[in-house]
Design a protein around this ligand. Structure first.
Ligand SMILES: *Cc1c(COP(=O)(O)O)cnc(C)c1O
Length: 223
């Protein structure tokens, strides 16, 4: 497979983010581009770091633990985001490695993360994942359960949750799902929204996304 022109792709995505923000009267500075580097070879990731990209997303703890320690040795500070499902028995490694976790979705995981945060003295930024399409195969709390789960995180486990995350169902208009996530976050007083991928990040920005998770549009197709 041909190596994509990473600097050109990065410039294009940054320009699209700026245009989407301008189109709804927002500042592009409010939006963090998370480059989703799962399955991508280190050379492509290094090329993106050279463009000034600092936030990266991985969906597996094991894969990230294997490739990031070396990549992270770059002089600029990196922020690593876990965007995939997290098993409780990987909470220790996840808290040690990641600066943000976007897939908090159940009490058992909240308990494990709270324990590890206390033990390690680390506080990764936390997003609660909401299953906005109520898809049985997808992770995330049901929308109607989100307020209760957020209260549990705070009251029972002392976890500060920063925002909400969603992956809308494929093949549907994502805008109503993004809007629903924004309303849930507003009702809970949460400022951050992790939503939007390569195909729909402009729509997500129009609906209030603060974090967009973009893989293919930056790196080309995954293997
Ligand atoms: C893979 C992945 C992305 C990136 O998807 P693209 O369509 O390649 O931009 C975003 N979010 C999550 C949770 C992912 O697993």
């Amino acid at each position: 497979m041909q190596t994509p022109d990473i600097p050109a792709a990065h410039a294009r995505v940054m320009a699209e983010i700026a245009a989407a923000a301008a189109g709804c009267g927002r500042s592009a500075d409010e939006i963090t581009l998370i480059a989703v580097s799962k399955t991508q070879p280190a050379a492509r990731i290094a090329a993106l770091i050279a463009c000034g990209q600092r936030d990266f997303g991985e969906n597996r703890v094991q894969e990230a633990a294997g490739k990031w320690p070396a990549l992270r040795a770059s002089p600029a500070p990196m922020r690593l985001h876990l965007i995939g499902p997290l098993q409780t028995n990987k909470a220790r490694e996840a808290v040690a490695l990641f600066d943000a976790i976007h897939s908090l979705d159940r009490p058992k995981l909240a308990a494990a993360l709270a324990g590890e945060c206390a033990r390690q003295g680390r506080r990764p930024q936390l997003f609660v994942q909401v299953n906005v399409g109520r898809e049985p195969q997808k992770a995330g709390v049901a929308p109607e359960e989100a307020p209760k789960f957020l209260r549990l995180c705070a009251d029972e486990f002392g976890l500060g949750v920063a925002g909400l995350m969603c992956i809308p169902p494929q093949g549907t208009d994502p805008a109503p799902h993004f809007a629903a996530l924004r309303r849930l976050a507003e009702a809970a007083g949460l400022g951050l929204l992790s939503m939007g991928m390569s195909g729909d990040f402009a729509t997500a920005i129009a609906q209030g996304a603060t974090h967009v998770r973009v893989g293919t549009a930056l790196f080309g197709a995954r293997h």
